[in-house]
Structure formats: structure tokens, C-alpha cells
Design a protein around this ligand. Structure first.
Ligand code: UDP
Length: 242
């Protein structure tokens, strides 16, 4: 189905920090990060250009820091630093399986990765390198989901693939509510109006303004990323109304 796969020239994959925890309560599960790298490598092999945005919730979340009395912005900067650790771990896992990768951080860290430079990121992708965008947007009060929508818009990605714990968007958490209803398709406005908690409102609004579709799928199904990039398998598509 190579022709089908070629429907996307360049895509952005958003992986939450939580997805890297695997069965753990905190941090990175080496088996899980290798699995994510294998998913990315499989798509990379088909010639689709790939950017990644990685979360940090497996290490530190700004809101949790703020809840313990820390100043919110400081806590958010710590959250952004957590995403850089995840990005380096994912770069390592990708290079182990032969995928050339560059990390670009929104907060300059010259000795460990490149700074975010839009045109350079696009050039890397044209040359077949996977680019991992770290440190979110570089600003407190935002999320890595918003960074994903923003970077996708900036670097001409044709879709955001949002890896989650379940195979799409539901009206309740299907792991807790057995009657939860799954959606095949939603408009950006549906997600906002129904307050469906798949991505925060800012992220959905940025995607909507830029007309970037969001494909929500489960990272726990082996081979799922290749399948959904080819338009197959189980996912929810969030886009403009038909
Ligand atoms: N963060 C931020 N600005 C950004 C992106 C992230 O301040 O543009 C901080 C925020 O504190 C957040 C943490 O980094 O809690 C980790 O990111 P996120 O919660 O989005 O990670 P995920 O839920 O995807 O693991």
C-alpha cells in the first residue's frame, strides 16, 4: 500500500510523557521508548518526513508543581526541561535503530541540542532526518499539545498524529466507563464545544486556524502509527466540518 502511505509527505507525531512510562509510575520505560522508536522507524522507512513533539508528564508537570506551592512559571520551566530529557532518550532510541535524528529545543541548550530554527528543522526533514522538538513552545502556561499544533503549522506538516492510551476520542474515559462512545470523526468545533479532553483548547484552536487535521490513535497497538499514517486502522480524525 505504498501509494496510500504517500498521501502524507510530512507529519508530526505527538507523544506524551505518560506514553513513555509503560507500566511504571514515573520516568522512562526502556522497552516502551524502544517501541515508540520502532513505530517511528517504520514510518520513516516509507519515506514520509517526520517531526516529533514529546511531552514531559512522566517526569514533571507544571500544574503539579504549582499545586505544591511552587510558582507556576518556574514549575512550567521545569516541565519543559523534562521534555528535553525525554527528547534525548528518544533520539538515542531512534539512532540505535538507524534513524538519523536531531533534537531542537525551544529553550537554547547549546551543548546538548540545536536551538529551534524553523528553516533548519524543515531542511533536516527534507534530508530524511527525524526532528524532535523539545521544550514545548518555550513559554510557561502552554502544553506540549499546543507546541505540537504550533510546530506542525510552522513546519508545513500535513497532520498531527496524537498518540494516546486509547484508539481515538471517546465521550468519557473508556478505561473507566464501559458505555463510553467512540467518535470516528469530529470537527474542531465539536471538540471545543463538547469540551472533549483529547487536547487542550489552545492546541485545537491553533490546529483549526491552520487547517491541520489531528489523528488520534493508540500507541499501545503495535504497528499502529504506520497503519494510521496510511489511513488504515482505528483512529479518530479531527478536522473541519465536511
Ligand atoms: N510546558 C510549558 N510550556 C510548553 C510546553 C510544556 O510550560 O509550551 C510545561 C508544563 O508545565 C507541562 C510540562 O511542561 O506540564 C510537560 O508538558 P505536558 O504536560 O504537555 O506533557 P505531556 O502531558 O504530553 O506528557
Amino acid at each position: 500500500m505504498a501509494a496510500e502511505t504517500a498521501r502524507y509527505r510530512r507529519v508530526l507525531l505527538k507523544v506524551s510523557g505518560e506514553a513513555l512510562m509503560g507500566g511504571r509510575d514515573y520516568g522512562i520505560d526502556p522497552g516502551m521508548i524502544d517501541r515508540v522508536a520502532a513505530e517511528v522507524a517504520a514510518v520513516h522507512q516509507t519515506g514520509v518526513q517526520l517531526a516529533l513533539v514529546i511531552g514531559g508528564g512522566n517526569i514533571f508537570r507544571g500544574l503539579s508543581g504549582a499545586a505544591t506551592g511552587m510558582e507556576r512559571s518556574t514549575a512550567d520551566y521545569m516541565g519543559m526541561l523534562a521534555t528535553v530529557m525525554n527528547a534525548l532518550a528518544l533520539q538515542n532510541a531512534l539512532e540505535k535503530v538507524g534513524v538519523p535524528t536531531r533534537v531542537q529545543s525551544a529553550i537554547v541548550m547549546a551543548s546538548i541540542c540545536e536551538p529551534y530554527i524553523r528553516r533548519r528543522a524543515m531542511r533536516h526533514m527534507e534530508k530524511g532526518r527525524v526532528v524532535i522538538f523539545a521544550a514545548g513552545t518555550g513559554n510557561p502556561m502552554f502544553t506540549t499539545d499546543t507546541a505540537a499544533a504550533l510546530r506542525a503549522a510552522e513546519t508545513d506538516c500535513q497532520a498531527v498524529f496524537k498518540a494516546t492510551q486509547v484508539d481515538g476520542v471517546y465521550d468519557a474515559d473508556p478505561r473507566r466507563v464501559s458505555t463510553a462512545k467512540r467518535f470516528d470523526r469530529l470537527s474542531y468545533m465539536d471538540v471545543l464545544a463538547r469540551d472533549l479532553r483529547v487536547m487542550d483548547h489552545t492546541a485545537i484552536s491553533v490546529a483549526r486556524e491552520s487547517g491541520i487535521p489531528i489523528v488520534v490513535f493508540s500507541i499501545h497497538t503495535p504497528g499502529a502509527l504506520s497503519e494510521v499514517v496510511a489511513g488504515r486502522g482505528s483512529f479518530t480524525l479531527i478536522s473541519e466540518e465536511d
